[in-house]
Design a protein around this ligand. Sequence first.
Ligand code: SF4
Ligand code: SF4
Length: 186
Amino acid sequence: MLAAEFVQQINTLSEQNVQLCYHCHKCTSGCPVTAEMQYGPDRVLRMVQLGQKERLLSSSDIWVCASCETCGTRCPNEIDIARIMDALRQMAYREHARVGEPDAVKFHTLFLGLTRLMGRMHEASLVGILTLRTMKLTTDVKTILKMLLKGKAPLLPKPVKNRDEIRHIYVHTSGTDSSGIDKNTP
Ligand code: SF4
Ligand code: SF4
């Protein structure tokens, strides 16, 4: 794919202008998770400009990004980098790219799947199912157990009354079917 075509796709998806970036590095200096990234937000923008689609879609950066928007606030050109990261995640997911952080994708898809089914999040289900899917015991398990014991989180899910309205939002924003099942869920 030509660099210009990739830039156009990301600009359209994010509603930003990637070409405005002149690599001052201010975004990366303020990003709280740069240490966990391969490249950092300013280099991600440069890679978009250069059309390095495959490298970007398989990078961990787009999934490590916490969408905190610090970078966009610091950018002298008012580029909303969090939206560009979001556009890259959408593209990676839709195109079934080899993702750099498969556990993060599992978390996102499970989070969306549960809220779509119940109309709200049920933390115990989220942690339990995610633990089974990733086969990793994280500190979240300890935290949710503490919350359950202290009555800070419900043991059983309590779906909202009008779940159809929530499903309606998903169908019209993600293009998935009305069954509430996302067939792309890993
Ligand atoms: S702060 Fe803005 S202009 Fe500077 S490197 Fe980051 S995205 Fe580019
Ligand atoms: S939105 Fe993402 S890239 Fe930007 S500062 Fe926050 S974590 Fe870093």
